[in-house]
Design a protein around this ligand. Structure first.
Ligand SMILES: Cc1cc2nc3c(=O)[nH]c(=O)nc-3n(C[C@H](O)[C@H](O)[C@H](O)COP(=O)(O)OP(=O)(O)OC[C@H]3O[C@@H](n4cnc5c(N)ncnc54)[C@H](O)[C@@H]3O)c2cc1C
Length: 385
């Protein structure tokens, strides 16, 4: 029988590896790095150098695993059950840079930049958002002006995951001032003159994952670092957003499953009130049962969407629906877990408060839930004959 969650033996093996790493390596460091508000950089590098877990979705010929979106969902789901914040930095490197570079850039850029990011020598990220342009991303003002065989890049990018540890970034910039869609993308190296890292944000959640401003002051970018055609970045930006939304939805699944596990154990084995385990009370049963049913429904939607998301086609409607459903569900489930734990849930003694703090970002990053609602409406309207 077809298994939606592990279609092949490769997927089953990958889930086992990701689960083992999540429990044995990610979980033990999660609380410490949340409190330090610092990325466990050596662990992120080891995802490449030791565990070979970068390049899941890109072909074996270029050093990847040759697997599909379902495989990427599996890793993000399992990792997020242990540490969503570490997983966010993993996602920025693996999905926003590695997957994006392979499917959007020319072979010369693959040859130069994939080897160091696949083996963890270099970390990476993607810079699209700006201080004045988030949801309205086509309102970006960062500009790349062509001068001879280079572009001169000026502007500021905001909220960039891995901003202070990344060596390479895919940077989107306007190359045509007369058109909102005249956008190109470039690989920018940290060491290019004129590039600097600005403020690091202090956040309510996802604390281990660094979020920084990037500043470009007359940065000279060689023409060969332009990805694809000039003014042609919009299509690959939108295509990569689909797998980003899918993997953020997968992270929501991991958070929800962990919150449910914590609730069931606490309510059935640990905490008693009025001489009975909490799980004997109908209202507690309702919180846990609702959480479980909503989690299972979102999980089916996310994995069904993963079958559709492929680099050679657009699947924006399903990706938006999966993200909207799963992120709302994860917030509901994590919030329910705090309620089941009562006062203890509100403290750092138990992991559920961190799950809620981390879950909230998933309704914002990669496009807000309001943006998902608008995209879904637009796609449904456009599908009318
Ligand atoms: C921790 C973190 C990590 C991030 N990592 C990255 C990264 O690595 N790279 C990157 O490029 N970006 C990144 N982002 C940016 C993220 O994608 C944006 O924050 C997001 O797209 C929202 O943009 P904004 O914050 O400017 O909000 P705004 O666009 O200002 O939106 C504010 C509110 O208005 C609503 N709104 C806006 N327009 C409309 C509309 N037309 N209709 C209805 N409601 C609307 C929004 O839904 C939201 O509720 C990150 C953000 C965070 C917080």
């Amino acid at each position: 029988m077809f298994n939606l969650y592990e279609p092949t033996e490769s997927h089953s093996a990958l889930r086992k590896l990701a689960q083992d790493l999540a429990r044995g390596v990610l979980e033990p460091q999660a609380k410490e790095y949340d409190e330090k508000e610092t990325l466990n950089e050596s662990l992120l590098r080891r995802m490449g150098s030791e565990y070979n877990l970068f390049g899941i979705t890109i072909p074996e010929q270029v050093g990847g695993h040759g697997l599909d979106a379902t495989a990427s969902v599996i890793v993000h789901e399992e990792f997020a059950a242990a540490d969503p914040a570490f997983t966010l930095s993993y996602l920025a490197h693996e999905v926003l840079f590695v997957n994006n570079l392979y499917y959007s850039a020319q072979p010369a850029l693959h040859a130069k930049y994939l080897p160091p990011v696949l083996d963890g020598r270099a970390l990476a990220g993607m810079a699209m958002s700006e201080p004045g342009a988030g949801t309205d991303v086509l309102g970006m003002t960062t500009f790349a002006e062509k001068k001879g065989d280079r572009y001169i890049l000026n502007g500021v990018k905001q909220w960039i995951t891995n901003g202070n540890c990344g060596s390479y970034f895919i940077v989107y910039a306007r190359t045509d001032k007369t058109s909102r869609t005249g956008i190109s993308s470039f690989v920018v190296e940290r060491d290019f003159k004129g590039f600097s890292v600005g403020k690091k944000e202090i956040k309510m959640g996802m604390k281990q994952s660094p979020t920084c401003q990037l500043i470009f002051e007359d940065v000279e970018v060689p023409e060969e670092n332009r990805i694809g055609e000039e003014n042609g970045a919009l299509l690959h930006m939108m295509r990569n957003l689909e797998i980003e939304r899918l993997t953020l939805a997968a992270m929501s699944l991991g958070i929800a499953r962990r919150a449910i596990d914590e609730m069931v154990r606490y309510a059935s084995r640990e905490r008693k009130a009025f001489g009975k385990y909490l799980s004997e009370f109908g209202q507690i049963q309702q919180l846990i049962a609702e959480s479980y049913a909503r989690y299972r429904a979102s999980r089916a939607l996310v994995y069904e969407t993963a079958l559709r998301v492929r680099p050679d086609r657009r699947e924006s409607l399903s990706a938006a629906a999966a993200k909207l459903s799963a992120t709302q569900m994860a917030e509901f489930v994590a919030r329910s877990a705090i309620q089941v734990f009562g006062g203890y849930g509100y403290t750092r003694e138990y992991p559920v408060e961190k799950l809620l703090r981390d879950a909230i970002l998933l309704s914002i990053g990669g496009g807000t839930n309001e943006a998902m609602q608008k995209n879904i409406m637009k796609d449904l309207r456009d599908s009318l004959q």
